[in-house]
Every structure is written in structure tokens, then in C-alpha cells.
Design a protein around this ligand. Structure first.
Ligand SMILES: Cc1cc2nc3c(=O)[nH]c(=O)nc-3n(C[C@H](O)[C@H](O)[C@H](O)COP(=O)(O)OP(=O)(O)OC[C@H]3O[C@@H](n4cnc5c(N)ncnc54)[C@H](O)[C@@H]3O)c2cc1C
Length: 397
């Protein structure tokens, strides 16, 4: 048992959930306050699988570089080709910055290792209850904390305790792994379907002979109707034929999509990543938001601990995340609302084929912290008012 574990004092920070948001929060606190007593809890042991498309945006590396952990992608092949299509509308091009496709079993375990190497204590524990006792937060009646980061994913137990229940949209998606066919190497394919938008199938080459493949769609908020596993496999086969038969490790999960506005209450309990309802509503990408908000939560915790006012962490964290992501979240919400109409999806593909900047802006909006730029708006408007073409490659200028 380490000195940190043996102490009777409350933990400086307890992080609930050791996914990308939680590990990054632990790392960021320890980076800012080496020697802080940080407890990282997860209900399962690592390495563990997580149902995901495994697409790691370059922005994730930007955040991890600041924390000295960008080497978690080492040994995996960068992917830079992206094809977007719906029906016979198609665009393909080289992304300005490469992405990675790394099984979460590998990626998350590496991040946990980095947090532990920085000084976090990792413990297997399923949190089910939080209580406020004076200045402390007590988890399950036994674990005392000055600051808590709830990074416990889409089914967070910390979120309802904070009273920030979610009313946002949800998507449901199924993923598996299948051998990468000839021609699929180094490529990410996204093919939109006909059902409630956004609905799409994907095949992301991992670079090791396998692809992460799957299908997801928006859950209808009025009917609450969810696609069944059989329907999702059927859609995947229809949109990207050939992957289902050889696929393995199928798992489904829902995604809490971000909305127009993001909130975080004052106080010493912070929510990050999926627990904070932060998944891109256009694309289902959430790892960048998880590490960005994990890092912000870790910094806010460190600052609040340093100033002797753990309860100030919430306000500081809220301001930081709003400054970083506030406008972007509004723009992705708007884009996802617009792209519920197939004609807008077609226009986006068409405009991206005509103008390299539109292609880049769409990628940035879907993967990172992009905006609906004036040129993207103009491209969409133009494509909506002119007869549409077929396959295009973004033209360089
Ligand atoms: C099918 C699918 C495809 C996706 N594809 C992509 C993609 O390609 N790229 C991308 O960026 N995003 C993708 N996402 C979203 C991405 O998976 C999430 O946004 C990301 O995992 C969020 O990270 P997190 O750390 O917030 O939560 P998680 O990764 O969910 O980690 C939460 C952790 O908390 C633990 N936990 C939960 N409850 C408790 C508890 N009570 N006590 C203790 N521990 C607990 C869990 O065991 C888990 O380890 C996809 C999601 C799905 C479902």
C-alpha cells in the first residue's frame, strides 16, 4: 500500500471512471499539482473493451501532448483518407491531419497507465452513491474526496446526483471488427443511410489488417423507438456490404449527444466526457471532448485545491469548457439539426467535393472544435440551389 492509500485524509481528487475523460483528468491534476492524492476508480479492470468506432481525432493528441502522454498512439498507423457518401453522392479526400483507429482496449489502458505512472492510485470499485458532508464529498459511505470528477460514461451515476439530468438527444450504435478488404487500407468510410438522420455505417481501417465497422442512428425522441441489433446489422450490410459475415465482437451502446447549451453546476463535483453529455451530434465522436473536458476538469481541480477552495472548481471548469467548446457545440448542434434533412447531407457532400475548404471545415466540425464557417455556409447554399453532381474529389487551391 502506498503512502497515498494509507493516509486517513480525504483524497484531493477522486475520479469516477477511468476512460479517456477520467484518466486525462487524473493526469491533468497531477501535472499541475505533482504529489496531489488522486484516486482513479473504475468498476472494471483494465485493459477492457469499450464499444466505440475507435476513431481518435488529431485534436486528442494535441490535448495529450500538453500532458506528456501523446505517445499513447505509438505503433498505430495514421489514417488520412476519408470518404463520405449517401446514395450516389460521394466525396473522398485526404484529411488535413491524420486520425488513428486504435482499439479502446489498447488506447484506454495506455492512458490509465500514464495516469498511474504520474501518481494516481487505481482501484476497482463501482460507485453507486455520493453524499455531501461539509466540505467533503463521500462516495459509497467510505471514500472521502475534496473534489470529484464524474467521468463514468453515458450511464453516469454522478450526473443524476448533481441534478443535471439529461434531456438531450441520444443515438444508438453497434460496432464490430472485420478484416479490411482490398482497397480499404488507410481509409475511413462513412455511408449515410435512409433512416432517421444522422444514420450512417462506417468502416475505419485500423492499419493492422482489421477494420472497426458499425452502424448507428438517432433515437427518435417522440416515439423513443430504438433500432434493434438485427436492424443495425441489416443496415450495415446494406450500406457497406461484405463486413457483417466476417465480423466479430459485435457490441451496441447509446451515445448521449451534446445539445445547444452545456452546463456545469458550481461546487466540487465536475462532469466530463460522456457523463457530461458530450458526444458530437453530427458524427458520434466523443473521445476528443472526453480528453478536452477531462484535462479542463483536472486543471480546475488542481487550481481549486491549490487555492484552498475545492468548491470553486465547478465555476472555474464551467468557464474553461465554455470558452473552449461553447461556440463549437452550438455550431455542431445547428449542423446536426440541418443534416436531419437528406437534401442537406447531399448538399454538404456536393459542396465538399467542389471546395477543399468546405471538406476541411466539415471534418473539423465533425472531429474537433470546428465552426460553420462563412465558406461552408456559402458552399452549402450554392449546392442547395444548383443541380447536384456525383463523385468528387476536393479541389486544391
Ligand atoms: C458505437 C460507438 C461508436 C463510437 N465511435 C467513436 C469514434 O469513432 N470516435 C470517438 O471519438 N468517439 C466515438 N464514440 C464515443 C466514445 O466512445 C465516447 O464519447 C468516449 O468513450 C467517452 O469517454 P469517457 O471517458 O467519457 O467515457 P467511457 O469511455 O465510457 O468511460 C467511462 C468509464 O467509467 C466506468 N464506470 C462507469 N460507471 C461507473 C461506476 N458507477 N463506478 C466506477 N466506474 C464506472 C466504465 O467502466 C468506463 O471505464 C462512439 C461511441 C459508440 C457507442
Amino acid at each position: 500500500m502506498t503512502a497515498a492509500e494509507a493516509s486517513d485524509a480525504p483524497w484531493d481528487l477522486v475520479v469516477v471512471g477511468a476512460g479517456p475523460a477520467g484518466s486525462t483528468a487524473a493526469l491533468a491534476t497531477l501535472r499541475a499539482r505533482p504529489g496531489a492524492r488522486v484516486l482513479l476508480l473504475d468498476r472494471v479492470d483494465f485493459p477492457r473493451d469499450k464499444c466505440c468506432g475507435d476513431g481518435i481525432a488529431p485534436h486528442v493528441s494535441d490535448v495529450l501532448r500538453e500532458l506528456g502522454a501523446e505517445d499513447v498512439t505509438d505503433g498505430w498507423q495514421p489514417v488520412d483518407q476519408l470518404e463520405l457518401s449517401r446514395g450516389d453522392h460521394r466525396v473522398e479526400g485526404t484529411m488535413r491531419r491524420s486520425v488513428w483507429v486504435i482499439p479502446r482496449e489498447v488506447f484506454d489502458a495506455r492512458l490509465v497507465e500514464r495516469a498511474v505512472a504520474a501518481g494516481a492510485v487505481l482501484r476497482r470499485h463501482r460507485v453507486s452513491r455520493l453524499q455531501r458532508h461539509g466540505d467533503e464529498v463521500v462516495l459509497d459511505g467510505e471514500i472521502r474526496a475534496r473534489v470529484v470528477v464524474g467521468a463514468d460514461g453515458a450511464e453516469s451515476v454522478v450526473r443524476p446526483w448533481l441534478g443535471t439530468g439529461r434531456r438531450g438527444a441520444r443515438a444508438l450504435a453497434l460496432r464490430g471488427y472485420a478484416p479490411t478488404p482490398a482497397g480499404g487500407t488507410g481509409r475511413q468510410l462513412i455511408r449515410y443511410g435512409e433512416r432517421t438522420q444522422p444514420a450512417y455505417a462506417w468502416a475505419f481501417d485500423r492499419g493492422d489488417g482489421w477494420s472497426n465497422v458499425g452502424y448507428g442512428e438517432l433515437v427518435d425522441r417522440t416515439t423513443g423507438e430504438r433500432p434493434t441489433r438485427a436492424l443495425m446489422l441489416e443496415q450495415l450490410e446494406e450500406l457497406l456490404p461484405g463486413y457483417v459475415a466476417d465480423g466479430t465482437a459485435w457490441r451496441g451502446h447509446h451515445l448521449p449527444l451534446s445539445g445547444w447549451r452545456w452546463d456545469q453546476p458550481d461546487g466540487p463535483v465536475l462532469l466530463a466526457g460522456d457523463a457530461a453529455g458530450l458526444v458530437n451530434p453530427m458524427t458520434g465522436e466523443g473521445i476528443y471532448y472526453a480528453v478536452a473536458t477531462g484535462a479542463a476538469a483536472g486543471r480546475a481541480a488542481a487550481h481549486a485545491l491549490g487555492s484552498g477552495a475545492p468548491g470553486s472548481a465547478g465555476a472555474r471548469y464551467r468557464a474553461d469548457v465554455r470558452r473552449q467548446l461553447g461556440r463549437h457545440l452550438k455550431h455542431t448542434w445547428t449542423a446536426s439539426w440541418l443534416t436531419r434533412r437528406p437534401v442537406v447531407v447531399h448538399a454538404g457532400i456536393e459542396a465538399a467535393g467542389r471546395d477543399r475548404h468546405v471538406f476541411d471545415a466539415l471534418v473539423e466540425l465533425g472531429l474537433g472544435d470546428g465552426r460553420i464557417t462563412p465558406r461552408l455556409s456559402a458552399g452549402l447554399a450554392g449546392a442547395l440551389t444548383r443541380p447536384r453532381g456525383r463523385r468528387r474529389t476536393p479541389t486544391e487551391e
